[in-house]
Design a protein around this ligand. Sequence first.
Ligand SMILES: NC(=O)c1ccc[n+]([C@@H]2O[C@H](COP(=O)([O-])OP(=O)(O)OC[C@H]3O[C@@H](n4cnc5c(N)ncnc54)[C@H](OP(=O)(O)O)[C@@H]3O)[C@@H](O)[C@H]2O)c1
Length: 307
Amino acid sequence: MNNHNWTLDDIPDLIGKTIVVTGANTGLGFEAVKAFAQNGANVVMACRSVEKGEIARKQIIRLYPSSYIKVMELDLGDLKSIRRFAVTFRQSHAHLDVLLNNAALMMAPYSQTKDGFESQMGINHLGHFALTGILLDLLKKTSGSRVVNVSSLSHKQGEIDFDNLLFENGKDFSSMKAYGRSKLSNLLFTYELQRFFESKGINSMAVAAHPGIANTGKPTKADTKLWLKIYNNLFASIIQPATMGALPEIRASVDPAVKPGEYYGPGGVLELAGYPVLVRPKFTALDVEMAHKLWEVSEKLTSIKYH
Ligand SMILES: NC(=O)c1ccc[n+]([C@@H]2O[C@H](COP(=O)([O-])OP(=O)(O)OC[C@H]3O[C@@H](n4cnc5c(N)ncnc54)[C@H](OP(=O)(O)O)[C@@H]3O)[C@@H](O)[C@H]2O)c1
């Protein structure tokens, strides 16, 4: 089976499985919801905007009328919203098979979340750290459950600076630095979470994925400039579509052959595109001491305790 390309056709029957996808209204999250719903899962689209989520849900229902999809509000940049999501989710769900931490703010200028964290670290890492911790009891109760964190090739540019983890008042901030740090944090968190599961004898696993580069871009005001339109169209024509970019996170979420602590990405040149295969992160992502410290700092910042 070595030369087999893993595709949507390899997704097993997901009837009876409950899957939460963050950032599900667009891009890779939207593609993942489609794939899960098509195979019978009970999918919760955790979206910052319920309105956008509903529009996306209706599109999928049109394609797969018998699918079971629900939209729930979740703003990962607001710890109160994360707590509210968990309360509402628990009211109608007794188990959670897959938590796909897919949402992200990418390459954004300096801003802060409602809780005062730099936004990319706050949403991409701390938000998902808090969400996972709050839903831990349900993950524990669900034998064989998975937490899937979506990282990026940009984690390779990421560095952790514990003296200024959140770019306080914009100090040392660049959008690339903050994004890279958040994506490295996603990986450090994945490996530490897996060690946590093992040390507590919990039958859940933590895995990670990255999409390479995928065309999930939406037109912006700036795209009205002719040269940008041409550039964007050219770029879009050479990078892989969102349907391909979503495959690594879909595989990490549902392939029965996936093992704890694995990391999936595209198998093509430089992991930029292609069918999902096992990949390796940069060495720093495997640093146990750094991961442990990040975990402790994240618990403190979010006031979410894992136990
Ligand atoms: N596309 C790529 O080439 C690429 C490359 C490397 C890694 N990735 C990773 O792949 C994942 C998906 O990327 P994508 O390209 O599909 O991104 P996208 O199209 O920009 O979608 C991002 C999603 O995250 C949501 N989101 C942003 N801030 C949020 C918040 N505070 N609370 C809840 N949801 C929030 C967005 O909601 P709104 O629609 O409301 O803004 C949207 O649904 C991300 O983790 C990203 O880092 C993507």
